[in-house]
Design a protein around this ligand. Structure first.
Ligand SMILES: O=P(O)(O)OC[C@H]1O[C@H](O[C@H]2O[C@H](CO)[C@@H](O)[C@H](O)[C@H]2O)[C@H](O)[C@@H](O)[C@@H]1O
Ligand SMILES: O=c1ccn([C@@H]2O[C@H](COP(=O)(O)OP(=O)(O)O)[C@@H](O)[C@H]2O)c(=O)[nH]1
Length: 455
């Protein structure tokens, strides 16, 4: 059996806290097969980029490299998170492009290729992840790497007209042709990629999923919605009732219902809109006032990036405003927490919550939505309020699907969720859970890797 080599910017090193679906999902996938995980160490070396660290834990070998402050600023904070991230989330208004950060992005990809190529064997299966590493495959080929190379985009693929706003977009996205298989979260993302290839990529779509690159090679493409370790999360949530963190939260509710949101502090997650929708709920449904407390867990993410700093200030203002305007001496409507929690605690919180609020403006998938469903009590499940703009909405039709820009609609969905009869909650939850049990993280990994092997 060939060795699996996973390459991603973010690596979940043993004992490190993980927030971010990519690290959570790849950890679960590698635990099953073993293999090598290559990426950024998470460390800044004040002198230079490229120091290689190797360690093994169970069946997983880790090889990671440090980045210099400048490379980290220009590649990760800069081109990846101030140019590509907003572009791929349909936010052209937030795109900050500079030739300098683009050069750093290419430089760090070249460094990844230089350090990774000598570690690879011809019969490896290499699986490259996400928008940080779009040029990597072509650079590995230049180093003589011959093994199968696959790519998976965790974030949305926007329409061609948006991508065309990026200077040098053709050179960048042509790099994807060096792979054998390119995977997306949803069929819509795949369709938009194929449109791009036809309109700007000088390639040809022979049939859906089979493309001819400008160089005449065949490139496979497909939709492989990422998933979760459903059985494990369900077991963890059931067992969480005995954990002190669960019991403390349960006691603090004083018989009130709980609505929970768990998101990195990121503008793609629609948090200001969600906070405002919650305030709309407080104003519009006086009968329900004091019956529901909203807990928002939002660990700080990409805190060096200006847009993320402004978002943090805005959320602090909004949560203060909402509580100031609606709290009673014995009740605070919302709790806003910037800490990162381990899965063992989160799954218990999900189970306790009558309502799961997942309302991103755009999201590749959103694993929190799936985790919330998996963590519910089958006899008395909670209700998921889910944005139609999350990839997860394609599979979780039993949720109350909302448009996150429609604050009245989200407020109405919250009211509907907390008053929904148990029978309806079960009928909505069961097919979602059945889907997640059948198509879990293992099925995701297998379906992608089978397609890559066959490509
Ligand atoms: O690595 P960070 O900069 O700290 O960010 C965390 C991750 O955020 C993004 O996650 C995406 O992948 C999830 C799993 O497929 C998906 O459910 C979610 O919709 C995406 O936003 C990012 O794409 C990752 O590269 C980051 O590691
Ligand atoms: O305090 C936290 C907040 C989030 N997460 C995890 O981070 C992942 C977030 O993934 P998602 O796909 O929802 O969004 P992303 O952050 O990748 O955009 C999920 O597995 C969460 O359980 C976590 O472990 N602790």
């Amino acid at each position: 059996m060939s060795r699996l080599v996973v390459v991603s910017n973010r690596v979940a090193l043993p004992e490190q806290p993980r927030s971010g679906g990519l690290a959570v999902a790849l950890q679960a996938a590698l635990e099953e097969t073993g293999g090598l995980w290559f990426g950024w160490s998470g460390r800044i070396d004040p002198r230079q980029s490229g120091q290689l660290h190797e360690l093994s834990h169970g069946d997983i070998d880790y090889a990671t490299i440090d980045l210099s402050q400048r490379d980290h600023d220009d590649y990760y904070n800069g081109f990846a998170n101030r140019t590509l991230w907003p572009l791929l989330h349909f936010r052209v208004d937030l795109v900050d492009y500079s030739r300098e950060t683009y050069a750093a992005y290419r430089r760090v990809n070249a460094l990844f290729a230089e350090k990774l190529a000598p570690l690879l064997r011809d019969d490896d299966i290499v699986w490259i992840h996400d928008y940080h590493l779009i040029p990597l495959a072509a650079l590995l080929r230049e180093h003589g790497v011959r093994c199968k190379l696959g790519f998976f985009l965790h974030v949305p693929m926007p329409s061609s007209d948006l991508l065309a706003a990026l200077p040098h977009h053709k050179r960048l996205f042509e790099g994807l042709s060096a792979h054998d298989l390119v995977g997306f979260q949803t069929e819509r993302d795949l369709e938009r990629f194929q449109d791009y290839v036809r309109l700007f990529g000088r390639g040809r779509v022979i049939e859906s999923g089979v493309l001819e690159t400008p160089g005449g090679r065949l490139l496979r493409a497909g939709a492989f919605p990422i998933s979760i370790d459903t059985a494990h999360i369900a077991d963890q949530a059931a067992a969480a009732v005995d954990k002190p963190s669960f019991q403390r939260l349960a006691r603090s509710m004083s018989g009130r219902a709980l609505a929970i949101g768990v998101d990195r502090l990121d503008y793609s997650k629609g948090l200001p809109e969600r906070f405002r929708a919650f305030e709309r709920f407080l104003r519009r449904y006086p009968d329900l006032l004091g019956k529901l407390t909203y807990l928002q867990i939002a660990p700080v993410s990409r805190g060096d990036v200006l847009e993320y700093q402004s978002l943090r200030s805005e959320l602090e203002r909004l949560s203060g405003h909402i509580n100031g305007g609606h709290a009673e001496p014995e009740w605070t409507p919302m709790r806003y927490v910037n800490r990162n929690f381990p899965h063992a605690s989160l799954t218990g919180f999900y189970r306790l919550a009558e309502v799961g609020l997942v309302t991103p403006l755009r999201d590749g998938m959103n694993l929190v939505a799936k985790e919330y469903v998996a963590a519910q009590d089958p006899d008395d499940p909670g209700v998921l309020v889910l944005s139609t703009f999350a990839g997860a909405a394609r599979e979780l039709g039993g949720a109350l699907l909302v448009n996150p820009y429609d604050l009245d609609g989200v407020a109405a969905a919250i009211a509907q969720a907390i008053t929904m009869p148990r029978q309806e909650r079960r009928e909505r939850w069961q097919p979602m859970m059945a889907r997640l049990r059948e198509y879990d993280i293992t099925a995701w990994r297998r379906s992608y890797l089978e397609a890559l092997r066959a490509a």
